[in-house]
Design a protein around this ligand. Structure first.
Ligand code: ADP
Ligand code: MG
Length: 247
């Protein structure tokens, strides 16, 4: 059983079919990168896996538990699935520590002490313990995004979903965020991430999935997908990425 099973999902927005039978497996400890043109559904897929979007057909399971369809346990889902977005979405009126401890206290029922211990341990690991009492607007974009990752990790998720988490950052702040993701990969966190950082995908991905026209158009190990793709549409997408200087 794969840790993440996305099985033949279909979804429409009005008359637009965003997924037309999309299937992906992510094994435990694997890092799978989603690539594809803007609008191909990368964000929608990750949002669907976190219960933020509905699908019309197919199913998604995480560790065997159904994440879609009627009767889904939203609390279990939020515990098991950590998600980080391009825009960090920290609560501006809460300190870093409050941002990180909120869900463990509210959703997991942890005591304040327990939640703060975990939060401080995680913040120490990413070198931001000294910012615990600061408000997000006093942090750089890279620091805010690192806090957003820690906020997701504080729930003890089984999987992490990352949606172009470096896309809004100044170039010099990208590496501090990617370093955390690299560490998580090394520690064996199962991750599904949408990214435009092809060099990073080549380095950390167990598998790259090229999304196009509502499906996984081509998938395989990074050296094959980025180096010698079989499909014409994968090739032309990568050609555009190369022309933009991103590969
Ligand atoms: P990506 O992240 O790959 O750029 P998205 O998942 O954001 O793509 O979007 C996939 C497609 O679905 C796009 O064509 C987008 O316009 C459409 N879409 C996304 N969200 C909505 C929505 N709430 N209503 C209608 N169309 C949407
Ligand atoms: Mg997107």
């Amino acid at each position: 059983m794969a840790m993440i099973e996305i099985r033949d999902i279909h979804k429409t927005y009005g008359t637009f079919d965003v997924f037309k039978g999309l299937t992906i497996d992510v094994e435990e400890h694997q890092v799978v990168c989603l690539i594809g043109p803007s609008g191909c559904g990368k964000s929608t897929l990750l949002r669907t896996m976190n219960g933020l979007e509905k699908i019309q057909q197919g199913e998604i399971r995480i560790h065997g538990d159904r994440m879609t369809g009627p009767g889904v346990d939203l609390n279990a889902l939020r515990r098991d699935v950590g998600i980080v977005f391009q825009s960090y979405n920290l609560f501006p009126h809460m300190t870093v520590l409050q941002n990180v401890t909120l869900a463990p206290i509210r959703v997991l029922g942890q005591s304040h002490d327990e939640a703060e211990d975990t939060a401080m341990r995680l913040l120490t690991r990413i070198g931001l313990a000294h910012k615990a009492k600061e408000y997000p607007d006093r942090l750089s974009g890279g620091q805010q995004q690192r806090v957003a990752i820690v906020r997701a990790l504080a729930m003890g998720p089984r999987v992490m979903l990352l949606d172009e988490i470096t896309a809004a950052l100044d170039p010099e702040l990208v590496s501090e965020v990617l370093n955390i993701v690299r560490d998580l990969a090394t520690e064996g966190m199962t991750m599904l991430l949408a990214t435009h950082e092809m060099g990073f995908a080549r380095e950390v991905a167990s598998k790259i999935c090229f999304l196009c026209d509502g499906k996984v158009h081509e998938e395989g190990p990074p050296e094959q997908i980025l180096g010698d793709p079989l499909e014409e549409r994968t090739r032309s997408f990568l050609q555009r990425i190369i022309e933009a200087g991103r590969l």
